[in-house]
Design a protein around this ligand. Structure first.
Ligand code: MIG
Length: 704
């Protein structure tokens, strides 16, 4: 049951898609206090209660014991003292033992503070602006609450199938040749690759919707030649638009009032990559349509995917603040800077970037309503991504386009995915990314993953391998690194065979990963879940912070510590352990409920299959280059001459026979496999949902 409480006059954020009548009663599950500017909601927690959610944030799966602030920032230091990352994901579930659990969504796009027992261990305090909408979701169990929240906020974005392949990125690929070298680096070593990313380097002076012609003399020819090799190019789009006379995006934006305005009604000036820039007013539907249609220019040149960056929006400085600070600094010129004045100086410089006061200095035209930016700050990236998505629906209505964003707000999951931003090549960030996945899924964001190997700092060979071993399960599997860091394309490392094997395991798992992704999206389920969602009665499972359920059949227990050759794993039920060094080298063992120490060599993927469950594994040729070369069910069927009149039973037999099925069962195991062409948007026909049943004898492992 969903209840909606409305306080003051909240803006229509676009987070939800369902109309829930306004509750006529006072909120009772939490204690509410409304002051002039703030609304506070509080409640008591018991020691056993667990808090799930808050999407993209620091710290663990259980959010208790810290304060989280929803106020999007582009801070690249995701350390545990931080309170905010790139998003505003104001949804959490309070999972309670003694009383019914409930979910709470604060639909407020300005700053929201969640003190989840930081000040007082057993008290939850949420504070938001006084004009806001609060949704309380009560349900039978965690899964039910999660599903209702998704019904409320709408169906998750569905990426094209190629975007489930392995992808390589790096800030610093400068020109066609750099990219050819990467593709060749993979192909010559028979490592599959589905996409290479174009970071800001491809643009002419960091101007959106331009290409540096010296470095990419024939862009559409280049895009085509890459696609012929199975590689998609995915360019970055930044939020800020360079101020430059005769640059069409700038000129059109100014002429039509498409940019955010300052107090005086002039186009707001802030700086990002290209220097002084204006910021499209994505809150305005006209500006949105305009900016969205700009992507067409790249689509016409063969581009089928994009990533939206810097859309918190990130601000290096605002023009006005810079002027003021420069003046202030000049007055210090001949001073003898002591402890205080020196820190004043550095403090002034530090205050330039992403200063919240600057957010109070510009405005949006929210389709007729003038809104100060800080009050809707967390929606900027959401609306930028919505702009692109709405345009894609017109430009390429029947086709899926890859789209993900750095900043986001609840509801953006309908338009695209996210990546988790500028992590570092630290083991703690591998763990962080494991813990972020279920929280993001709870908020509806299914197409997601972290920069594999870490963005900042230098990736060590072992970190890269362990991160890949987890990354093979994330829908977005992208290796990305910052300018100036150690090159981390997998072929840069020794013992390449290990990296190759792990990436090939991803392609082997693809039928399962894709099927589970699609089922999660279409049925409003979570692809990654904390164990408690599947084993609600198990109090050990509820406390596990480093294992996840992945789809209906798998549990993973990734290794995230350096030099570990194994780890403790908790099994909430009897499961089949699968250890793989490659698709060909697999060991199975049925293991009993309880705690176990599991060995896992550096080059070994370990996962667990639930009892009476199974999963398909694609059989790979030695030289497959991308998802397009995979013998996936859809391809196999559609290549048959009789494809038109093929029966459901025939499809099932084909599924049963072309894949290797891994699992174990008492009598039989059942699996619903979803497959389609990976491009079109017609997801419902029955032939795409195939129920496969295997007797215990025909599975790799069975219990006698
Ligand atoms: O301020 O485009 O998170 O993935 O490589 C850095 C350069 C800007 C931040 C993104 C990162 C990207 C980088 N961008």
């Amino acid at each position: 049951m969903i209840s909606r409480y409305v306080y003051g006059q909240p803006l229509e954020t676009g987070a939800v898609v369902m109309t829930i009548p306004k509750s006529s009663q006072e909120i009772s599950i939490l204690h509410m206090q409304r002051q002039k500017e703030f609304l506070t909601l509080s409640c008591q927690m018991d020691d056993e209660d667990i808090v799930y959610g808050l999407g993209e944030q620091v710290r663990g799966i259980n959010k208790r014991g810290f304060t989280y602030i929803s106020y999007a920032t582009d801070d690249p230091n995701h350390t545990e003292n931080k309170h905010s990352l790139y998003a505003g994901h104001n949804f959490l579930i309070l999972s309670r033992k003694k009383q019914p659990s409930f979910g709470i969504f604060i639909d407020y796009p300005g700053k929201v503070i969640f003190n989840v027992g930081e000040t007082k261990r057993n008290e939850l305090h949420i504070s938001a602006g006084s004009d806001c909408t609060v949704y309380i979701i009560e349900g039978e169990c965690l899964t039910d609450i999660a599903r209702q929240f998704r019904e409320l906020t709408g169906r998750s974005y569905i990426a094209p199938k190629w975007a489930f392949g392995y992808q390589q990125s790096r800030w610093g690929y400068q020109c066609e040749d750099d990219i050819r070298r990467v593709v060749d680096g993979y192909h010559s070593r028979k490592i599959p690759l589905d996409a290479v990313y174009l970071d800001i380097d491809y643009m002419d002076h960091f101007k959106d919707f331009t290409i540096d012609n010296d470095r990419f003399p024939d862009f559409s020819g280049f895009t085509d030649s890459m696609k012929n090799q199975g590689v998609h190019l995915v360019p970055i789009i930044d939020a800020g638009v360079k101020i430059e006379k005769d640059y069409p995006v700038y000129e059109e934006g100014v002429q039509n009032n498409y940019f955010c305005k300052d107090e005086d009604g002039r186009d707001f000036v802030g700086a990002v990559w290209p220097g002084k820039s204006h910021f499209p007013d994505f809150f305005n539907s006209r500006a949105r349509a305009w900016f969205g249609h700009k992507y067409k220019w790249l689509m016409d040149q063969g581009i089928e995917g994009f990533w939206n960056d810097m859309n918190e929006p990130a601000l290096f400085y605002s023009e006005k603040r810079l002027e003021r600070i420069m003046d202030e600094i000049l007055t210090m010129k001949n001073e003898n800077l002591d402890l205080h004045s020196f820190y004043q100086l550095t403090g002034k410089i530090d205050s330039l970037s992403n200063n919240p006061d600057d957010h109070k200095s510009f405005y949006h035209d929210f389709d007729g309503i003038k809104v100060r930016h800080d009050k809707v700050h967390n929606l900027y990236g959401f609306y930028m991504t919505k702009a692109a998505s709405e345009a894609f629906d017109q430009i390429a209505p029947d086709k899926r386009t890859l789209l993900f964003s750095r900043s986001s707000y609840i509801g953006m999951h309908r338009y695209g995915g996210i990546w988790t931003g500028d992590n570092a090549s630290w083991w703690s960030h591998l763990l962080l990314s494991i813990q972020q996945m279920p929280a993001l899924n709870l908020c509806g964001i299914l197409y997601t993953g972290s920069d594999i190997g870490g963005f900042g700092c230098d990736a060590t060979p072992d970190l890269m391998l362990r991160w890949l071993e987890f990354g093979i399960f994330t829908p977005l599997m992208r290796n990305h690194a910052a300018l100036g860091t150690r090159e981390q394309e997998v072929y840069q490392f020794e013992q390449l065979e290990d990296y190759r094997n792990i990436i090939r395991i991803r392609y082997g798992l693809l039928p399962y990963i894709y099927s589970e992704y699609m089922k999660s999206a279409l049925n409003n389920e979570m692809y990654f879940r904390p164990l408690a969602f599947d084993f609600p009665q198990d109090s050990h499972a509820a406390r596990v912070e480093d294992q996840l359920m992945v789809g209906e059949s798998i549990m993973i227990a990734p290794i995230y510590t350096q030099n570990a050759t194994g780890r403790y794993v908790y099994l909430p039920e009897d499961m089949l352990m699968v250890r793989m060094k490659s698709l060909e080298d697999k060991i199975y063992r049925v293991m009993q409920t309880g705690h176990h120490y599991i060995d896992a060599a550096l080059n070994e993927v370990v996962f667990f299959v639930r009892k009476n469950h199974m999963l398909p594994l694609a059989v790979l040729n030695d030289d497959i280059r991308s998802t397009a070369d995979l013998q996936l069910l859809h391809n196999v069927i559609s290549q048959r001459k009789d494809a038109q009149e093929i029966t459901a039973e025939d499809v099932m037999h084909t599924a049963a026979s072309i894949y290797e099925w891994i699992g174990y069962a008492q009598d039989y195991a059942e699996y619903t496999l979803y497959d389609d062409d990976g491009i079109s948007k017609n997801y419902t026909p029955q032939q795409k949902w195939i129920k496969v049943v295997k007797s215990k004898e025909s599975l790799n492992v069975c219990i006698s």
